[in-house]
Design a protein around this ligand. Structure first.
Ligand SMILES: [Fe+2]
Ligand SMILES: [Fe+2]
Length: 329
């Protein structure tokens, strides 16, 4: 297993030889291969690391948005023969849904941190806020330097990309996620609201949509040797996301153990979100949202991967994945 991040960040692998099982599980997040990062998430979930361990991992996994060399990405994006129109359009759709999503999760996480039930959970969520802000800044840099977009500030840049996201993205982020954050902002002691919010944020948005979408984007680009600076940076982004999902699974597993009523909140939240969430993967121009081709994969592949990813997380929380039957594609 490699301890090196793929482009310039440090992983203090040699100092970690004495680590116990949950640390070994977390170690896989240092790998530069996206599929290893994903399977590492399964190991993290099985080991159920504490919030303190996740915080320690964050301290060791720092990277900078300036770490990545975009020179080859710039050359490729400016080469008129490098991508077809279809490929460019599809990539812009995918990149923009991530870029705008990173901005939304940065802002909406603040009330979650206020509502966290312990200082350990709170400390972890403050690290996550800084991660999400870094992800947003990484995308802003990529849009300016590689895609050649111009805007006065991040807000103006986001406005220019709004046209690329689909309606279901808006329902999930501007509707459902925003309402979760508002409930917690109005009453940070509302624990059922926190259970619902963590289900939407860490399990649906990060654990099911973001990690799945990212896996397909990174794999597709890597196979073609496209946009290597972006691939390196986006892999670092998803290493962070794996940690965030680890927090969500730990929080919900504990909540369900403490009170079975929380299991019903998780299930009801999933039943409400999944029909919308699966459509977030769908480019706005396709005819059949449940059966479509992209330049890189068929819809059935991404839907199957997402459902498998979600089932694993539910099992780790002590829930029966059969609760998903009848929902989503
Ligand atoms: Fe993020
Ligand atoms: Fe995240």
């Amino acid at each position: 297993m490699s301890n090196d991040l793929s482009n310039g960040s440090q992983g203090n692998g040699s100092a970690e030889a004495e680590f116990t099982t949950e640390d070994e599980a977390l170690q896989v997040l240092m790998d530069g291969d996206i599929d290893k990062v994903m399977s590492g998430l399964d190991r993290i979930i099985e080991a159920a690391p504490s919030y303190e361990k996740l915080f320690m991992r964050w301290q060791r996994q720092h990277w900078s948005t300036e770490d990545f060399d975009f020179s080859e990405d710039i050359r490729q994006w400016n080469d008129p023969d490098m991508f077809t129109e279809e490929e460019r359009k599809f990539l812009l759709f995918g990149f923009s849904q991530f870029f705008l999503g990173e901005e939304r999760v940065t802002v909406e996480l603040l009330p979650f941190a206020m509502a966290a039930p312990s200082h350990e959970a709170q400390a972890f969520l403050t690290t996550q806020i800084s991660d999400e802000a870094k992800h947003m800044v990484f995308f802003d840099r990529f849009y300016r330097e590689v895609l050649g977009m111009k805007a006065n500030d991040i807000g103006a840049m986001l406005d220019t990309q709004r046209v690329n996201v689909n309606k279901d993205w808006e329902t999930l982020f501007d509707g459902i996620l925003h309402e979760c954050a508002e409930r917690l902002r109005l009453d940070p002691t509302d624990f059922p609201a926190l259970v619902r919010g963590v289900t939407v944020y860490m399990i649906v948005i990060e654990g099911t949509l973001a990690l799945t979408g990212a896996r397909f984007i990174v794999k597709s680009l890597k196979q073609r040797d496209w946009l290597p600076g972006f691939v390196a940076g986006f892999t670092a982004v998803n290493r962070d996301e794996s940690r965030h999902v680890g927090f969500g699974v730990k929080f919900l597993a504990d909540a369900i153990k403490a009170d079975p009523a929380n299991a019903r909140i998780v299930e009801e939240t999933l039943q409400e979100c999944l029909p919308v969430a699966s459509l977030v993967f769908v480019p706005p121009w396709v005819d059949d949202p449940y059966n479509f081709e992209t330049p890189f994969y068929h819809s059935s592949e991404i839907f199957a991967y997402a459902m498998k990813a979600l089932s694993k997380k539910l099992a780790a929380m002590g829930l029966d994945p059969a609760v998903l039957a009848g929902d989503a594609a």
